[in-house]
Design a protein around this ligand. Sequence first.
Ligand code: NAG
Ligand code: NAG
Ligand code: NAG
Ligand code: NAG
Ligand code: NAG
Ligand code: NAG
Ligand code: NAG
Ligand code: NAG
Ligand code: NAG
Ligand code: NAG
Ligand code: NAG
Length: 581
Amino acid sequence: MWVFSIFTVLLLLYVSQIARTEKVSFSPCPLLGPRFSIPSIVSASPIIQDGLQNLTKSFDEYALTLNGTFGPTSPNTTSFSVALFSTEETNSTKPYFYEYHHIAPSLRNATARAHRLDAHSVYRVGDLTTLFTVWLFLVEAGEEHLDDPVSMWVPELEAAVRNSSFISRVQWKEVTLGDLAAHLGGIGSYAPSLQILEMGSVLAGIDTFTDNSPCRRASVQCKINDFLSYFGTRPPVFAATSTPIFSNAGFIILGSALERITGRSYEDLLLTSILRPLNMSSTTLLQPSTNKNAVIPSNATIAGWSSSTPIEAPFNGLYSTIHDMSEALRAILSSALLPGSTTRRWLKPVSQTSNLVNSVGRPFEIYSLTASPTSPVIPIYQVRGNVDLYSSHIGLAPDYGVGFVIMAADSAANPDLNAYADLIATEMIPALEQNAIVQASQMFSGTYVDVNKNMTLVIAQAEDTSPGLSLTNFTAADKDLRAVYAKLNSIDPENLSFRLYPTDLIEDAAKGKRMTFRASFQDVTTLADAGTPTCDTWRYIDRLQINGVGIDEFIFEVESGNAVKVEIPAFDAKLEKQLGE
Ligand SMILES: *[C@@H]1O[C@H](CO)[C@@H](O)[C@H](O)[C@H]1NC(C)=O
Ligand SMILES: *[C@@H]1O[C@H](CO)[C@@H](O)[C@H](O)[C@H]1NC(C)=O
Ligand SMILES: *[C@@H]1O[C@H](CO)[C@@H](O)[C@H](O)[C@H]1NC(C)=O
Ligand SMILES: *[C@@H]1O[C@H](CO)[C@@H](O)[C@H](O)[C@H]1NC(C)=O
Ligand SMILES: *[C@@H]1O[C@H](CO)[C@@H](O)[C@H](O)[C@H]1NC(C)=O
Ligand SMILES: *[C@@H]1O[C@H](CO)[C@@H](O)[C@H](O)[C@H]1NC(C)=O
Ligand SMILES: *[C@@H]1O[C@H](CO)[C@@H](O)[C@H](O)[C@H]1NC(C)=O
Ligand SMILES: *[C@@H]1O[C@H](CO)[C@@H](O)[C@H](O)[C@H]1NC(C)=O
Ligand SMILES: *[C@@H]1O[C@H](CO)[C@@H](O)[C@H](O)[C@H]1NC(C)=O
Ligand SMILES: *[C@@H]1O[C@H](CO)[C@@H](O)[C@H](O)[C@H]1NC(C)=O
Ligand SMILES: CC(=O)N[C@H]1CO[C@H](CO)[C@@H](O)[C@@H]1O
């Protein structure tokens, strides 16, 4: 269920894989982040439309053959709904630009008798709730409380510790609230399970319930105080902050800390800070009062539709729809409820796992997608949820301002959604990258001239999938400025790669927008470092300056989707884009 293998293999990506030869050919080393400005046209783009058609075809094929590139799935028993959304598409009645629904034959027979699924079908989302707990914490308590020790707000845990031996007690004074959000507390899970009773009956002499805490037996009687005094007696799994260990219990504790910091209940905070402001009217914490639009694959008890408990709410209490979830995730990506700096800090890894491409955030599982060892990293911020017969999987691709949500219910077993997520990534990431390349090329390529300074520069049309804008010509009167840049960087002019990368410094201008880019200078003949190219251009940005102004700073002015001017502050130059280019 908790397999850590999303987007299993993605070598089918947009860059053909570089052959494993002794010599690695040059590929530019961009700054981490979007390689092109985030495209404003998403769903209307023919490339994206083509990608979406492919995606639909792949989903249809899976439903028909029960098998595909990413292994077998169970469409006979798994019903699911998918949406893709973009921060650039602003239709509030439809916060997504693509939806797909599959209704399993078994669902038609189920007690609730769903005959169709749509964007308003309600699923349980399981641990995807942890994302909302962290979001709510950032909105209501603020980042400054992430460094507070757990014991500051939830002293009952420390008080419940019974054994002072290092391997038997969690050092609650050393675990911070931020550690809990990042699965770094070194603590275990809250997993009371009735199945364990069976083992107790098999292994004679094991008393399954040695104390009377209702929290040991998944009882709805388990209240927060019972939970804290019970969980406080449990031993750690690792020392705090050693390595990520998934812990749902951390979110119960985080939710409790949030209530104490704010003096308000989790449910009230969720309602007033997130659900109502975003009009997530089909989303509830705990079981909704009616079964309207409910997706219940067998009966409510067996499916787990009616099994949500208040104590577990901060990690698995949400019921939602792909419509509402698209709205919420768009709000996260576009910093609707948080300062931009907080979101940017939030969308960063906090720790690694034993796999280079899987890192962990708060509480994101971050997949670092690359087409080859030398091509840029495209991070996908994911959260997955499982509870009883429900699963969910969301992914955010900040590089494109785009994300996906999958919600599923299965009549037989907890559904595995990895194949579906892999499909979305395989069909859509190449299309999203290509769309960004084409739009950036249309927007920026051309010849720019400053008549007063007799200065000319050329941004080339994109010819391949290399990241960033390629500046191929740059002259002032009879001087070749490109050669001057090359010399300043000790690179042979013929071997200079001069590429501009977008920064997120964008502001509104009188007409349109002003967007800052920074240039990176590389020698195309400097390749290998122990077999792989070193990508450290981030160390050399803003290092060449005139009067304190970086000569790598280029500020474009964009009107109605087209660059009209580029300013180079270091030279006090303003170059106008030539018409017809
Ligand atoms: C859609 O699939 C076709 C056939 O496999 C492929 O040639 C095309 O590149 C795909 N479109 C996109 C946008 O990925
Ligand atoms: C499923 O499809 C994959 C790839 O298309 C194939 O290798 C595999 O043999 C198939 N499995 C079954 C059970 O048909
Ligand atoms: C899936 O359902 C189809 C149509 O109802 C049926 O023909 C097929 O045998 C089922 N496959 C499995 C593996 O249950
Ligand atoms: C928004 O989406 C709805 C539902 O698809 C559609 O009817 C409406 O025309 C869209 N509005 C705009 C401004 O695109
Ligand atoms: C649905 O129920 C009918 C009647 O009980 C049964 O004959 C049929 O096999 C069921 N179909 C599925 C897909 O479970
Ligand atoms: C504390 O835990 C350790 C290791 O599990 C055990 O050896 C020791 O007996 C325990 N001490 C007490 C007082 O329970
Ligand atoms: C909120 O959502 C409901 C259901 O989707 C819709 O009927 C209503 O118009 C929305 N309200 C606002 C203010 O957008
Ligand atoms: C759900 O199904 C199980 C097994 O068929 C049955 O024991 C139980 O009574 C059913 N529950 C409800 C609420 O229908
Ligand atoms: C760019 O410079 C090259 C080499 O100096 C020259 O051949 C080419 O014509 C220039 N292109 C433009 C568009 O000015
Ligand atoms: C601009 O520079 C070019 C190349 O040196 C030169 O031929 C041209 O006369 C200059 N134009 C002006 C207006 O100075
Ligand atoms: C790869 C490449 O363009 N190499 C060139 C680097 O510069 C030297 C000297 O001008 C050329 O001879 C190489 O062809």
